[in-house]
Design a protein around this ligand. Structure first.
Ligand SMILES: *[C@@H]1O[C@H](CO)[C@@H](O)[C@H](O)[C@H]1NC(C)=O
Length: 388
């Protein structure tokens, strides 16, 4: 009886609690909170999907990497195929770090069939003369390449690229940095774009250098060869000149927005008319950051006292480092002038642009007798310390 009553009061107590909750919370919240009460919150991994656990335990991914990669692998419920894939990569000389990198950027590779998909692709590259190290390097650097490595896709491309790129190491560098060299249509996109480069009178070696170092110039809708050529010509650089190639190469990294922004920035620094068009012929203006460009022009004009027209005529000065070149040489120049060591005015451009060896010879050693401390002064100024 006592027991019954105890149970009864317990039951009553429970009812009181639940009814209190149901008054305090709207029904939908009530359901969630009940669910919260009933779920076992002390279970460490109540529902970690198989594939997430697999990516962490077998492929060495961190849990956040595994979460991210698992999204394209939710259908994978068994380790058997992923195990084959991992084993295949390991047998082919990929390190654990390589494999992790590949999976993070191309997790679906774990679903690939080793015998019918992966093996033939590796064989294709070997048949084309690539070493195991080169293959590992390419696939680790650009794992999406795996999608395009069938012999019939790769063979004609390599044959074509060999006109411009002469070693497999360099082919690997080019393919690693730009998937489009494997994925874009050879006939419809790559060849016409390279014809366009030929029309600019670039030699095969230069075209090769562009493919290796500025791979992004192929395969981009907005920044393709034609549009870059158009911009270089707009700057007034003649085709076939050495400057044309240099400018072209710089503009490969600059999209239309940055191009326009740089022109505006130079305008705001005071360049206009013929001064603006002169400075735009120096491709460095497009490669330097806006901050660097502003600081350099500021220094040349406000500290070194150069006219804008002088800067635009000697535009290569803007590529010189402010701290390592402009400031220390300007400092030495002032000391030399102050001491009256030279009676004629030194041309600033000449003073900052000659090579280090010539500068030491002409302006430091030759004044050793009359100003022995100059060498120290110059060295310290180059390191950011000013002795006078
Ligand atoms: C060059 O490639 C781009 C895609 O990157 C394409 O839109 C363009 O038509 C190609 N140029 C030529 C001349 O075919």
């Amino acid at each position: 009886m006592i027991l019954l009553r105890k149970n009864f009061s317990l039951l009553l107590g429970c009812l009181a609690v639940t009814s209190k909750i149901s008054i305090l919370l709207p029904p939908s919240n009530f359901r969630t909170s009940l669910w919260l009460f009933t779920s076992k919150s002390d279970d460490p991994s109540p529902k970690t999907p198989f594939i997430v656990k697999y990516l962490i335990d077998s492929a060495g991914l961190s849990s956040s990497e595994a979460d991210k990669c698992s999204k394209s692998l939710t259908h994978v419920k068994s380790p058997s195929n992923p195990d084959f894939v991992l084993e295949f990569f390991r047998k082919n000389g990929f390190t654990n770090a390589d494999i992790k990198k590949i999976i993070c950027s191309h997790s679906r590779v774990l679903c690939a069939n080793v015998d019918s998909t992966l093996k033939p692709k590796f064989k294709a590259l070997r048949d084309l003369g690539f070493s195991d190290t080169q293959i590992t390097k390419l696939i680790t650097a650009n794992s999406l390449a795996l999608n395009y490595l069938s012999y019939c896709n790769v063979h004609p491309r390599i044959e074509f690229f060999n006109n411009f790129i002469y070693s497999n190491d360099d082919i690997v560098r080019a393919l690693s940095s730009n998937i489009c060299l494997l994925s874009s249509s050879l006939e419809k996109t790559i060849k016409p774009n390279i014809t366009c480069m030929r029309e600019c009178q670039f030699s095969n070696e230069r075209i090769g250098a562009l493919l290796i170092n500025e791979g992004r110039v192929i395969g981009r809708a907005l920044n393709n060869v034609e549009s870059i050529v158009k911009r270089v010509e707009e700057l007034g650089v003649p085709r076939g000149s050495r400057m044309f190639y240099r400018t072209f190469r710089c503009l490969c990294r600059v999209n239309a927005d940055i191009f326009d922004a740089k022109i505006k920035l130079l305008g705001s620094l005071g360049f206009s008319g013929s001064e603006l068009s002169a400075i735009l012929k120096q491709p460095l203006v497009f490669c330097l950051s806006a901050k660097n460009l502003c600081e350099t022009v500021d220094f040349l004009v406000k500290v070194a006292g150069c006219e804008l027209s002088y800067v635009s005529r000697h535009a290569s000065m803007i590529g010189l480092s402010i701290t390592k070149r402009l400031i220390p040489r300007h400092y030495v120049m002032q000391l030399i002038m102050d001491r009256g060591l030279l009676n004629k005015k030194i041309d600033f451009y000449f003073f900052v642009s000659i090579s280090e060896r010539k500068f030491l010879e002409k302006f430091i050693s030759s004044f050793q007798q009359r100003m022995p401390e100059l060498a120290d002064v110059y060295l310290s100024a180059s390191a950011g310390k000013f002795l006078y």
